[in-house]
Design a protein around this ligand. Structure first.
Ligand code: ZN
Length: 106
């Protein structure tokens, strides 16, 4: 985690890439992870498998658990995420020095 010259990276969470990600560029994250990423701002640098780009946070009100259990799904959104294959496990790491999010295959 800190082998890249001492810059501090903090694990946010591990996710399995969904089938939708290749189509819409959205990787779902937990609301806890979303809150931690909010410190980066609305748009922030993203690195996916070594490629740099820009990502944003998005959310979507949802009733997939029934109309009596409304809740919100949270996503990181970036065209770079479309390159991730469905079923791949990825680690989301917060680079606190560079103020960016790293996405790497787990
Ligand atoms: Zn839902």
């Amino acid at each position: 985690m800190t082998s890249d010259g001492g810059s501090a990276t903090r694990p946010i969470e591990r996710r399995t890439v969904s089938r939708k990600t290749a189509g819409d560029g959205k990787l779902e994250i937990t609301n806890v992870a979303a809150r931690r990423l909010e410190s980066l701002g609305d748009r922030f640098p993203l690195v996916v498998s070594g490629k740099s780009g820009v990502a944003s946070l998005s959310n979507m009100p949802c009733t997939c658990r029934g109309g009596d259990k409304p809740h919100v799904h949270y996503f990181v959104e970036s065209d770079l995420l479309r390159s991730l294959a469905a079923g791949t496990e990825v680690d989301l790491l917060l680079d606190e020095d560079g103020k960016r999010l790293l996405v790497a295959q787990a």
